[in-house]
Write a protein that binds this ligand. Sequence first.
Ligand code: SDX
Length: 425
Amino acid sequence: MDDTAKLILNGQEYLLPVIVGSENEVGVDISRLRSDSGAITLDSGYANTGACISDITFIDGEKGILRYRGYPIEQLAEKARFPEVAYLLIFGELPTATQLDSFRQDLTYHSMIHEDMKKFFEGFRHTAHPMAILSAMVTSMSSYYPEIDEEDEYRNIVRLLAKTKTIAAYAYKKAIGQPFVYPKNSLSYCSNFLHMMFSVPAEPYEVDPVLEDALNVLLILHADHEQNCSTSTVRMVGSSQANLYASIAAGICALWGPLHGGANQKVIEMLTMIQDDGGDLKKYVDKAKDKDDGFRLFGFGHRVYKNFDPRATILRKAAASVLDRLGVDDPLLDIARQLEEIALKDEYFVQRNLYPNVDFYSGIIYRAMGIPTDMFTVMFALGRLPGWVAHWKELRDDPKGRINRPRQIYTGSTERNFVPLDQRG
Ligand code: SDX
């Protein structure tokens, strides 16, 4: 592999260093390009641009590989618990039994939010989207837990992971007009969330292990995905040395978009629309192919995966088994499967490498668990928290870290003089 690349610009040759990652990914380092040549690169949507080097997650889009700190997602989804994976992503290694016990205890004992924060919920209408509540409440955590010194970093990471699930459950209770349910220290991370979501004071609630296991897999599958839109946003905001809560709240807002984490909600809305419209799948596949129609098959396509999304493969199987174990018969699962079958044989989708992504089946499982559609992206955010934290910590720990400040190519008006109001047309 060459260790330099040659750029010829206006007859001048520039040698650019080449770096090769641990999985043989090749990057041309253009850090000195502007100072040497006066030119910059342009890459709309950053499809070909590496924003950083990172040790956290590896994706091979052609082979459908996803690994967290080197561990294949298939093994983690099958054998690990979410707190273990959160620890792995944030601190770099699988925890020992002692480390895991201590981390779990910290997550448990920080689950309650400050009683004053409950008052914030009174200001939200019951129709407020839970992602609006989540981003606002996470930002406001910085007013309760300022970052004074190094030790605060760990405590604030634990507070974020522990309290955000409580805030999410409270957003749901607020929407349905039920009283908030306090976390129970005897419950696991996933069980505690389900307890706060579905317990009612009027009767005892036992968490169904099927739901706990399903949630565990869903959170693990969403835990990180290298430089996606929301994680890049967290790194962008964190690069200004903004505090953890402000950086994560920015990631929550980026995830909300229907092209990103908001897609899981749009998938269910799309499948329901197809069902209500008589189930004419071909009509919607044709609409998705029609450039003038503007309709997209949500849950299909990915910037990186040009083959299957390994998470979708796991979730496709999980959807069938969770619905079976819960005795739920959801016609949307059949519609989803038929849609996938038609699309994967259609030239338009095959040519563009459009396969089901993580959002295509996740909503069907959330639905079967009794989680409402507008909470789906909140569920994605709960899963993605450790990944966002890991990237925020990685950039903060980088002694050579700089504020992110991309350049641009200006295409607007060239210099012109101000025109007084009475002389304008
Ligand atoms: C996530 O980056 C990550 O890692 C994200 C994520 C994570 O874990 O963080 O994996 C989570 O966000 C998954 C993606 C969820 N979004 C959706 O399901 C929304 C539907 N999908 C698309 O909008 C789209 O596929 C994206 C946003 C996912 C990717 O967009 P790109 O890479 O910019 O691709 P593109 O829009 O340029 O599409 C390339 C072509 C275009 O056609 P042509 O102009 O070449 O003719 O494919 C077409 C697009 O029109 N296309 C689709 C399509 N997705 C792409 N056509 C119909 N339906 C679709 N879903």
